[in-house]
Design a protein around this ligand. Structure first.
Ligand code: GDP
Length: 331
């Protein structure tokens, strides 16, 4: 027997009243692959979407870094600092490993225990999906829902080899990269492009006998950021240090993030960035939709099977085969 879902109106009112159960259920709808859930989710989001990309009451922060760098510990420390100040924080995630069955890098441990217990925090593990794009789109929609429920600070946590960080950057206002003491980016497995994206480079685990190494890392990244071309936000990336475990440096990082926020609000970058992001996700969703529509088409399926055999037998080039399948769609 199927449980009756709440109506759109119940969802909208519940989320506006910050009902966590309804918020969670609405995110589940966003994450669902079922057509009727997707339709319902779109209706709810449509109703809740204040001009969200221009609603500047929220701050969206991407937090990334290699596995083990201390992301959950850092988010917990920062999060506890924020809720103590009366902020309401939602933590969402983009985990590229959730696209394959059998594991997730971010989700499979007990994480952020203190923060999860706080009434002012809402933590949601990464959605899963069959592509990173799909996973990212779901997280992006969830942002609208948590903001409508009154969460004024949203952290998007991610870990990956580049693509998931880019997706996270395209839905946030500020990008924070966590680093380990000592090793340079090659050794930390961090792509140069990710370092270039960062507004904040934070050397975590600056504690105990790692302080010297941490200072070396800071020097290295300070040099690296000075060599980068200026950012269109006009912000000079900040290299900072903290110990998430010992709660050291967290207040300073939050203050610097607020400074970034005021800076980009004042020069209009934040607003323009959100507008461009909205356009990016429009295009991204169209592309995803087109692909699904195309492959669902019976004539496409038939033709595809036919040309696949030809390609396998070496009688047709993949390019020619693709052209024939694409020719089926009559624009
Ligand atoms: P994540 O995989 O990036 O989310 O990393 P975790 O937050 O799970 O942390 C990985 C390990 O590093 C855990 O054992 C943490 O206790 C430890 N850790 C995190 N932050 C710090 C820190 O600031 N100092 C020290 N010494 N250890 C830390």
């Amino acid at each position: 027997m199927r449980r009756q879902l709440p109506s759109v109106e119940q969802f909208v009112q519940g989320i506006r009243a910050s009902d966590r159960v309804l918020l969670g259920q609405a995110i589940t709808l966003v994450e669902s692959a079922r057509e009727e859930h997707q339709i319902l989710a779109r209706e709810i989001i449509g109703r809740l979407l204040s001009p969200s990309h221009t609603s500047l009451t929220s701050l969206r922060i991407a937090v990334t870094g290699a596995p083990g760098v201390g992301k959950s510990t850092f988010i917990e420390a920062l999060g506890m600092h924020l809720v103590a100040q009366g902020k309401r924080l939602a933590v969402l995630a983009i985990d590229p490993s959730s696209t394959v069955s059998g594991g997730s890098i971010l989700g499979d441990k007990t994480r952020m225990e203190q923060l999860s217990a706080s009434e002012k925090a809402f933590i949601r593990p990464s959605p899963s999906g069959d592509s990173l794009g799909g996973v990212a789109r779901k997280t992006r929609e969830a942002i609208v829902l948590v903001e409508a429920a009154g969460f004024d600070t949203v952290i998007i946590e991610t870990v990956g080899v580049g693509q998931s960080e880019i997706a996270a950057q395209r839905m946030t206002d500020v990008f924070l990269l966590l680093l380990l003491p000592g090793a340079g980016d090659e050794l930390q497995g961090i792509k140069r492009g990710i370092v270039e994206m960062a507004d904040f480079l934070v050397v975590n685990k600056t504690d105990g006998d790692r302080v010297k190494l941490a200072n070396q890392a800071r020097g290295h990244y300070l040099n690296a950021t000075h060599l980068l071309p200026p950012k269109s936000s006009g912000w000079q990336p900040r290299v900072m240090a903290c110990s998430a475990l010992e709660n050291m440096g967290i207040t300073e990082i939050w203050e610097a993030i607020l400074e970034f926020h005021s800076h980009t609000l004042a020069n209009g970058f934040l607003q323009e960035n959100r507008r461009q992001q909205a356009l990016y996700w429009l295009e991204d969703s169209i592309e995803a939709g087109l692909k699904t529509m195309f492959y669902k088409h019976p004539a496409v399926k038939e033709k595809l099977a036919e040309v696949q055999a030809e390609v396998l037998a070496g009688r047709m080039s993949p390019t020619e085969a693709a052209a024939r399948v694409l020719a089926i769609v009559d624009w």
